[in-house]
Design a binder for this molecule. Structure first.
Ligand code: PGA
Length: 257
């Protein structure tokens, strides 16, 4: 049987108002709750996290954070810890998103966050991806280093609670050049899987879902979900429209068979 697909809604810094957040969440949850074979994870901004986590019922639609700091508590103005995120009832946390990395986060920082998240029982969704492609293939060694450094020091037993998202930076957001092609995702998925196999062995490496993210919408979701071994999707803009996001969830459900 095919593995359950994971579809993550990364709301980023949207929406402005709580009323709108509640509305989007309620419509998303309603649909996700009926969608078989798909794990939906909604990642709202921190200000809405507790409230929306409190609305979770059942296991098909859960919530996650978009970042989490490694220290549990203390004098860290403006930060939110993995311990605090876990306390809201959130189950997942996006770590190492390119928009956090662009703000100065290093892969070493990501590794500390991954460890803290795992210690608190959160499932980290670790993002990797190159800013541009070159004919010499330097982007491959970039992704390899980013991945290895972001996972440095994690226990082998943690692999079953880990998700990786391949998000090429050039394919993300409103300034995206284009989405990647399914073929580009497939190659990168195999490349990432090989790195995991070399580091952790075949069995553990194959337990890690590898998602695609970057300009996913209802028109191209099937292509990325259909890539052999695809673990699912990380969806930005399209996740703010319950209608489009629901169509993506339906696609994921059908691909699961
Ligand atoms: P996008 O964002 O779907 O709006 O391109 C994806 C992401 O950054 O996670």
């Amino acid at each position: 049987m095919a593995e359950k697909k994971i579809v993550v809604a990364n709301w980023k810094m949207n929406p402005v108002r709580g009323t709108e957040a509640r509305k989007i969440f309620s419509l998303t949850k309603q649909h996700a709750g009926k969608t078989r074979g798909v794990q939906t994870v909604v990642c709202p901004p921190f200000v809405f996290l507790s409230e929306l986590a409190g609305k979770v019922s059942g296991h098909r639609c859960v919530v996650g954070a978009q970042d989490a700091f490694w220290e549990s508590e203390g004098a860290y103005t403006g930060l939110v810890s993995a311990a605090q995120v876990a306390d809201t009832g959130a189950a997942y946390v996006i770590l190492g998103h390119s928009e956090r990395r662009a703000a100065g986060e290093t892969s070493k920082d990501v590794a500390r966050k991954v460890k803290a998240a795992l210690d608190r029982g959160l499932v980290p969704i670790v993002c990797v991806g190159e800013s541009e492609r070159d004919d010499a293939g330097r982007y491959l060694s970039f992704v390899e280093t980013e991945l290895k450094e972001s996972l440095a020091g994690i226990a082998r037993s943690a692999l079953k609670n880990l998700v990786i998202a391949y998000e090429p930076i050039w394919a993300i957001g409103e300034y995206a050049v284009r989405s990647a092609t399914p073929h580009e995702f497939e190659n990168m998925l195999l490349f990432i899987r090989k790195i995991l196999v070399d580091a952790f062995g075949k069995k553990l490496a194959f337990s890690v879902p590898i998602l695609y993210g970057g300009s996913v919408d209802d028109g191209n979701a099937a292509d990325f979900l259909g890539v052999p071994g695809s673990g699912g999707l990380l969806v930005g803009r399209a996740s703010l429209s319950p209608k489009i996001f629901s169509a993506i969830l339906d696609t994921a459900s059908k691909i699961d068979g």
